[in-house]
Design a protein around this ligand. Structure first.
Ligand SMILES: NC(=O)c1ccc[n+]([C@@H]2O[C@H](COP(=O)([O-])OP(=O)(O)OC[C@H]3O[C@@H](n4cnc5c(N)ncnc54)[C@H](O)[C@@H]3O)[C@@H](O)[C@H]2O)c1
Length: 312
C-alpha cells in the first residue's frame, strides 16, 4: 500500500515507518522537524521524505496528487511550547484540515488520526470511557480536539485513536526519558503526584495492524492497558534499572495547575471491536524503553505542560 504519514519523523511516525517498510509498503513522510528528526528515517527508495509543514496547503495537495496514498496516518502535531497557541492551532487545526481535505479530494480509503487523552480534560470518571465528554483546557488539547472533530465530520473512513502514553524506542516526552537522563547525570528528580497509563509500542503496533486493514471498523477509540500507574512507580522502575540508590526518598509534589491528577483510558470498546488487548506489563515496557536509551541515548525532551518552578 501507499501510506502517507504526516509527522513521520517523530516518535510514533518513525517507529511506524520501521514497522511498515519491511511489510512492503511505500511511504511518503511530510515533516517539518519541529520535534522529529531527519535521521530517524531510513534513506531507502521505499521512504520518500518531504520537508515542510502541513500548514502549507499547496505542499500537502502536491504530496497527495503525486503519491496518491491509499492510507493516511496523521501523526504530525504541535505541542512543544504550551504558550504558542498560534503554532498549536496552525498545525493541529489548520494543518489537520489541509490533510483531511486532500484525503477527501483524492479518495483516501482509510485515515488514521492520533489523539491525546488530554481531550477529556479533567475527567469525571477514571478509567475514562470513550463516550466521556471532551473538555480540553490546554492549547495542545483544545487544538487536537478541534482537529479530531473536523475529521469526524469529513465523511472520510477514519479511525481516531486516543492514546495512552506509548512507551518504546524514540520516546522523548514525559517522565521515562526525564528520569533516565537526570538520574544518569546524578541530578535531583521529583515526581508529580499523578497517575497515567502506559502502552508498549508492540501493543500499539498490534492494534495498528488491525486498524489499517481494508475492512476494519471506523470511529473513535481509546487505546490503553486500562491500568493506571503513579509517576513515582515510573521513577522506581528507572532508578532500579539504573541501580541508583537515593540518600533521601524522591519528593512527590502536587500536580501543577495545567496538569490532571489521573488519566487512565478505558479501552474496553476497542478491545471488543478489534479483538485486541494490550499484553506487555508496565515495568517490562518501561525497561524496554530504557534499554533503547542505553543504546541510542536520549535527545531533547519535550513537554506539553508548562515547566515546573525551578527545582535542583
Ligand atoms: N506518543 C504518545 O504516547 C502519544 C499519546 C497521545 C497522542 N499522541 C499523538 O500521536 C502523534 C505523534 O506523537 P509523537 O509522540 O510521535 O510526537 P512527535 O513530536 O515525536 O511527532 C510529531 C511529529 O510531527 C512533526 N510536526 C509538527 N508540526 C508539524 C507540521 N506543521 N508539519 C509537519 N510535521 C509537523 C514533528 O516534527 C514530529 O516529527 C501526535 O499527533 C500526538 O498528538 C501521541
Amino acid at each position: 500500500m501507499r501510506i502517507l504519514i504526516t509527522g513521520g519523523a517523530g516518535c510514533l511516525g518513525a517507529n511506524l515507518v520501521d514497522r511498515l517498510v519491511p511489510a512492503g509498503h511505500e511511504i511518503l513522510v511530510i515533516d517539518n522537524f519541529a520535534t522529529g528528526h531527519r535521521e530517524a528515517l531510513p534513506s531507502i527508495p521505499a521512504v520518500r521524505l518531504v520537508e515542510g509543514s502541513i500548514v502549507d496547503q499547496g505542499l500537502v495537495d502536491r504530496c497527495f496528487d503525486e503519491f496518491s496514498p491509499e492510507r493516511v496516518i496523521h501523526s504530525a502535531a504541535a505541542y512543544k511550547d504550551p504558550n504558542d497557541w498560534q503554532e498549536d492551532a496552525a498545525t493541529n487545526v489548520l494543518g489537520t484540515i489541509n490533510v483531511v481535505a486532500a484525503a477527501q479530494r483524492t479518495g483516501v480509503r482509510r485515515f488514521v488520526n492520533f489523539q491525546t487523552a488530554l481531550c477529556y480534560g479533567r475527567p469525571k470518571q477514571v478509567p475514562i470511557p470513550v463516550e466521556h465528554p471532551t473538555a480540553p483546557f490546554t492549547s495542545y488539547g483544545i487544538s487536537k480536539t478541534a482537529g479530531e472533530q473536523y475529521l469526524a465530520m469529513s465523511g472520510l473512513p477514519y479511525v481516531s485513536l486516543r492514546l495512552a502514553n506509548v512507551t518504546g524506542p524514540r520516546l522523548a516526552i514525559g517522565p521515562i526519558p526525564t528520569f533516565y537522563k537526570r538520574l544518569k547525570a546524578s541530578q535531583k528528580c521529583f515526581c508529580s503526584d499523578t497517575v497515567r497509563d502506559f502502552l508498549d509500542l508492540s501493543d500499539f503496533f498490534a492494534l495498528m495492524d488491525r486498524v489499517l486493514a481494508d475492512d476494519a471498523p471506523t470511529g473513535i477509540y481509546n487505546v490503553s492497558t486500562g491500568e493506571g500507574h503513579t509517576i513515582k512507580e515510573v521513577f522506581d522502575v528507572v532508578a532500579d534499572y539504573l541501580g541508583v540508590e537515593l540518600a533521601e526518598p524522591v519528593p512527590v509534589v502536587p500536580p501543577g495547575a495545567d496538569d490532571v491528577p489521573a488519566v487512565v483510558l478505558d479501552a474496553s470498546v476497542t478491545e471488543r471491536t478489534f479483538g485486541w488487548k494490550a499484553e506487555v506489563p508496565f515495568a517490562e515496557s518501561v525497561r524496554r524503553t530504557l534499554q533503547w536509551y542505553d543504546q541510542y541515548g536520549v535527545g531533547a525532551i519535550f513537554s506539553h505542560l508548562a515547566p515546573p518552578p525551578t527545582r535542583g
